[in-house]
Design a protein around this ligand. Structure first.
Ligand SMILES: [Zn+2]
Ligand SMILES: [Zn+2]
Length: 140
């Protein structure tokens, strides 16, 4: 069965995922229909994915730091703190609710500015939820 190029989402701090995006775009022509998705991705991203034989599950803890679960409805924790010593993942919606409640939250056009609940690193949240809730409040 031929495998086609999947849509990739990268979870993590920009300084780590940005080079992966660049490699993906640079090497995408190397995609082979005859190899598995895993083999293809390893070639294109020039890295080896962790395997159960060489890694322990605890290193890949991806629970949201606010609601302590992995799945929130169908959402996975797609935001991470940019502090390399923290790297705490959060659901977008959880982080949005948290930052919105901060006494010193700042917002501009479509962004919220607050701090990571764990390490106080400043976090910038670009958000479609903001425009939704804006529409909502206007509708009230
Ligand atoms: Zn959450
Ligand atoms: Zn943090």
């Amino acid at each position: 069965m031929p495998t086609s190029v999947p849509t990739c989402h990268y979870l993590g701090p920009e300084r780590i995922v940005e080079p992966m995006r660049t490699k993906f775009n640079k090497n995408i022509h190397m995609w082979s229909e005859f190899d598995s998705v895993l083999t293809n991705l390893q070639q294109i991203l020039e890295l080896e994915f962790p395997s159960p034989t060489t890694s322990v599950k605890e290193e890949f803890c991806m629970e949201c730091g606010i609601c302590y679960s992995y799945l929130l409805g169908e959402a996975i924790p797609e935001m991470t703190c940019d502090n390399p010593d923290c790297n705490q993942p959060f659901h977008h919606a959880c982080l949005y609710e948290y930052i919105r409640m901060l006494p010193d939250v700042r917002s501009s056009f479509n962004k919220l500015f607050g701090q990571c609940p764990y390490c106080s690193q400043s976090i910038e949240l670009r958000n479609h939820y903001i425009s939704y809730s804006f529409v909502w409040y206007v509708g009230l």
